[in-house]
Design a protein around this ligand. Sequence first.
Ligand SMILES: [Zn+2]
Length: 179
Amino acid sequence: MVEIIAAIGEDPNREGLRDTPRRVAQMYAEAFSGLHTDPRETLRTTFSEPGEEMIVVRDIPFSSLCEHHFLPFLGHAHIGYIPRGRVVGLSKLARAVEAVAHRPQLQERMTGQIADAVMLALKPLGAAVILEAEHLCMTIRGVKKPGSVTVTSAMRGVFRSSAVTREEFLQSVWSSRRP
Ligand SMILES: [Zn+2]
């Protein structure tokens, strides 16, 4: 960090910059804390619940750092699954999102990692994940397109094999959206 500050022609000893390397190190430690968390662990405590109705948790906010620029991408995750006898506390899904968000990431990979964690931890009939995010590396550098939103999805199990199930999930995610 000191080298970066020097390389841009700034004085690393200037008052406002003196503690910046320490602050940035702390920030990255927090931003990458998910590297030590297995998202499946956060989903480990399940409870039995008969029925195979779709469960959708929408608008889980997340922030992550893209691995190419270490710049944030911020947005929302929508997760659906159809249990096969076992469900998980709803807040645990948010924790799983956090675990995969807090590491150097690609939105595409993160989407699949959440879906796979739900599949492995809950053994449901299927899992579906949609992420929508704005990438600061598209906003403040390169093509500079603020406001553009990247949408990624991962469908597993019955969400992949059944168009009807997938449609039901998409309906509950996109319905009652802000216009
Ligand atoms: Zn980037």
